[in-house]
Design a protein around this ligand. Structure first.
Ligand SMILES: [Zn+2]
Length: 281
């Protein structure tokens, strides 16, 4: 699919898995990770699949006692779930990166490069996702759902932290990855290293992030420019050394706390960073 597994991608993946497996009885399962190697979900019924931030929760019911359990997975940077018809060839990657295979009578779901696989009672899901901040793509009424005031409150708890790091911290708000971080900061004219306390309108920042992710719900293209043409989808993300679409200045790329970021030095000036005291003499 070529997209970064950010909140919108994970939301889409949950919808696909829910549509393919929801309500169906599994015929066979194959877990290729040590911690779940003996787990057998044959005859279990899939009750549904949901995303929480960048976490996937696939819920299943035991055949005898309808005990409710949840298979948790995280896509991080490289993971994906693909759904195939029975008998169709699998194209999601080499066999050695397959972590989970779930089969129904008609469908096969294959999980590639999955991380943090765990099988827990559904009642205990909060132990895996309870730390997350408000979910940008979740209904405000749902547990952990979108709450912009709460997201801003959490961001402000560490005022000295660079905004580019704070937006990626899923405990503040859940769903933003490198792409949306870079694009939101460009659109608001904010340098990625600006301390949270110097960002003038955090409400507008989180509102914009929520609008951008929501716009890409239900499609596999991540576009923030309004164009879905290849090479036109983003303002700064993935565009190092290319001219800024607004001012022509070359876009910069740098690692920030081990995560890549892109910005336009003219549209996102670093004056807040430069204005910090540099010494006492
Ligand atoms: Zn620019």
């Amino acid at each position: 699919m070529g997209t970064m597994p950010e909140g919108d991608t994970v939301w889409n993946t949950a919808r696909v898995l829910d549509g393919a497996l929801g309500g169906s009885v599994l015929r066979q399962s194959d877990f290729r990770v040590p911690q779940l190697a003996t787990l057998d979900l044959a005859h279990w019924r899939v009750s549904g699949c949901e995303s929480r931030g960048k976490h996937l929760l696939l819920r299943v019911l035991a055949p005898q006692d309808a005990r409710a359990m949840t298979l948790h997975s995280h896509l991080r940077m490289d993971g994906s779930w693909r759904v195939y018809s029975a008998g169709e060839s699998w194209r999601g990657g080499p066999a050695h990166v397959i972590r989970v295979v779930l089969r129904t009578l008609t469908t096969v779901a294959v999980g590639y490069h999955l991380h943090d696989l765990a099988f827990v009672p559904t009642a205990d899901e909060e132990t895996l996702v309870g730390h997350l901040g408000p979910d940008l793509l979740r209904s405000p009424e749902a547990p952990g759902g979108w709450d912009p005031d709460e997201a801003v409150r959490r961001l402000r708890q560490r005022p000295d932290r660079p905004i580019g790091e704070a937006l990626l911290d899923q405990r503040n708000l859940a769903g933003i990855g490198n792409l949306y971080k870079a694009e939101v900061l460009f659109l608001r004219g904010i340098h990625p290293k600006a301390p949270v306390s110097t960002v003038e309108n955090l409400d507008a920042v989180v509102a914009l992030a929520q609008r951008l992710l929501t716009a890409n719900k239900g499609r596999w293209i991540q576009a923030t420019t309004g164009s879905v043409r290849p090479g036109q989808e983003t303002y700064v993300y993935g565009r190092a050394k290319a001219p800024c679409r607004r001012c022509g200045t070359l876009i910069l790329r740098e690692l920030q706390n081990d995560r890549v970021t892109f910005w336009c030095p003219a549209c996102q000036p670093a004056q807040q960073v430069a204005a910090q005291p540099t010494g006492t003499c």
